[in-house]
Design a protein around this ligand. Structure first.
Ligand code: PFF
Length: 455
């Protein structure tokens, strides 16, 4: 399979690898399973898949078309298309959102580094109960110094890559590592499915119980679809701007969406049977994946190697996502403010670290951030919801409104088809971008405001 695809991949290497690297990350493997678990399972998953198809793919194409036409960062792109208007502020919202997401995402990414270290030192090789695994996790997240240091380490790695520009080396590495991640995930899924009681997990994940659908479940599914595909903040505008003019852009965009969604579902197929088997509650929250996975490694042949490979690949998948988050912010300061790439990467990386500290302290390190504003919800989760659900949704609404009603579907289609490859179902896509996306996202947001089901 790899050989057959290779020619196609290397033709579009830069884009597909960078975009798949951006899309595939903790959103798939950490956020999808725990959000599905918190929101009742099957009905959430169905909504998520519907949103990927009806909103995600149109927004992917809308963002890519803007990027390809303007060849600019999100702010510069809107400036180029409608100078002297308020539209560039939409790009500004994207830059701000990139920062907001990076400031909590880097904390979680830091945790994966700690698990990688644990894998190497043999913590995850043998049998482990859910209680033992929970104790390890709580020790990690509750230790302020450790959590902050790991966040700093991860941001440091991100800055190192971004200051040089996303290099050929990273692209080549992604080409091998992402398929490897897929193979490891398939292996874990097979193990998980054969665990005693695992079938109950699959039923929970795939059997929709429509009585579970509430405003906040719908909002979470929409947010998850956008977050997982890196949409609504201009990351795909930025990446579309680097896409070769002669290549088939819409096909590449759809491949990335399909790959990303497959990885998320696969993560669900790993986590849910396992959690039912070891007796962890599906709605255990953000710690779910960190607690459940170590309980499977011990029962695998070569468990320690599996654990090392898995956490190494997860850290890299997270890194290719944090790179894209910082890249959007850096591209803005380089292009629009004339900063050098090196300075922008270091300064913005450092600033992001400062903003990440409260999130790193919000899982027990500091009471103030653990129970933020007396809400019972920690600061990291607040950020995850505000930036990851609401800001991306607002961004997606405005981007599709812009393409549908201001810039125009014909201009977007011309951009997507400029390589001479016709977009199959172009008419339907136009309708989705112009009507379905802004109206559906608008209704969801208004419903949330009216019913006040924010979380
Ligand atoms: N899509 C990434 C993930 O699923 O982990 C997270 C992300 C990256 C969101 C880049 C948004 C973004 F612009």
């Amino acid at each position: 399979m790899a050989t057959a695809n290779r020619g196609q991949w290397s033709g579009k290497t830069g884009f597909i690898l960078a975009a798949a690297g951006s899309a595939i990350g903790l959103g798939n493997i950490w956020r999808f399973p725990y959000t599905a678990g918190e929101n009742g399972g099957g009905a959430f998953v169905l909504l998520y898949l519907a949103f990927v198809l009806l909103i995600g793919i149109p927004v992917v194409l809308a963002e890519l078309s803007i990027g390809r036409t303007t060849e600019k960062n999100p702010v510069g792109a809107f400036k180029a298309l409608v100078p002297n208007s308020l539209w560039p502020y939409l790009g500004g919202l994207g830059v701000l959102t990139g920062f907001g997401i990076l400031a909590f995402y880097s904390v979680l990414a830091g945790w994966t580094l700690s698990y990688l270290y644990g894998g190497i030192t043999g913590v995850y090789g043998g049998a482990m109960t859910a209680a033992e695994s929970t104790a390890i996790f709580e020790h990690l997240i509750g230790d302020p110094t450790l959590s902050i240091s790991l966040t700093a380490a991860f941001l440091f790695l991100t800055v190192i890559v971004v200051r040089k520009g996303v290099s050929g080396g990273i692209e080549k590495a992604t080409k091998i590592l992402m398929p490897l991640l897929l193979i490891i995930l398939v292996g874990l899924a097979i193990r998980s499915l054969t665990l005693p009681g695992g079938v109950d997990g699959l039923v929970y994940l795939f059997k929709p119980d429509f009585t579970k659908i509430t405003g906040s479940v719908i909002m979470s599914a929409l947010g998850q679809a956008l977050f997982s595909l890196s949409l609504g903040m201009g990351a795909m505008i930025t990446y579309g701007s680097y896409f070769p003019k002669t290549e088939n852009l819409h096909q590449a965009g759809m491949m990335v969406a399909a790959f990303d969604t497959t990885i998320a579902i696969l993560a669900g197929i790993i986590i849910f049977p396992a959690l039912f088997s070891v007796g962890v509650a599906p709605d255990a929250g953000p710690g779910l994946v960190f607690v459940v996975l170590p309980t499977i490694f011990g029962s695998l042949p070569g468990g320690q190697l599996f654990a090392i490979a898995f956490y190494a690949l997860l850290s890299i998948a997270a890194l290719t996502s944090t790179i894209s988050l910082l890249e959007v912010v850096v591209a803005y300061f380089v292009d629009e403010k004339g900063w050098s790439r090196n300075n922008a990467a270091w300064i913005l990386g450092a600033l992001c670290f400062v903003l990440a500290v409260p999130s790193a302290l919000s899982s027990g390190g500091s009471e103030m951030f653990t129970n933020f504003l007396g809400s019972g919800v920690d600061f990291l989760s607040w950020n995850n919801i505000i930036w990851g659900n609401y800001s991306l949704s607002l961004g997606a609404l405005l981007i599709t409104f812009f393409v549908g009603w201001k810039w125009g579907i014909p201009a977007a289609m011309e951009s997507l088809e400029s390589s001479g490859h016709k977009l199959p179902g172009a008419k339907l896509m136009g309708v989705l971008i112009k009507f379905v996306c802004p109206i559906a996202v608008g209704i969801v947001l208004i419903y949330i405001i009216v019913t006040q089901q924010y979380f």
